[in-house]
Design a protein around this ligand. Sequence first.
Ligand SMILES: [Cu+2]
Length: 148
Amino acid sequence: MNTVARVAGAAAVLVAVGALRTVAAGGTAGSVDDGSLGPGRATVALGIEHSAFSTDRIVVHRGTSLTFVVDNDDPIGHELIVGPPEVHERHENGTEASHPPVPGEVTVPALESASTTYDFDEVGTFEFACHLPGHLAYGMTGDVVVVE
Ligand SMILES: [Cu+2]
């Protein structure tokens, strides 16, 4: 491996560690002073590997405009859909193959990254999921818990 490749590899490892920290900050229990994100603009790094999201729980404060940066390490495509139950119902039973720029809906091609931003303005639990055939049943789902 030449020097340039070594440096690039080291940078990739650092980015991965940073992403894990970001996810962990949003992934712990539901009290409001545990590193939950927001309010205001916030970003969460969400990895996908072996058809699994890197976390299944993200905690934000009401009034957070949350950007999901989704990094797909799989050789197959995935998607991220976030929103209230009717959104998930529509996607799980629908035929949309890819997603135009609707807030909270993004297609993530194989080995690529994509992002979408969703405003969490109500307290509650909002599911995120991949609704490609079979993926939700396989476990590609999690919750964004919105606290006051
Ligand atoms: Cu998927």
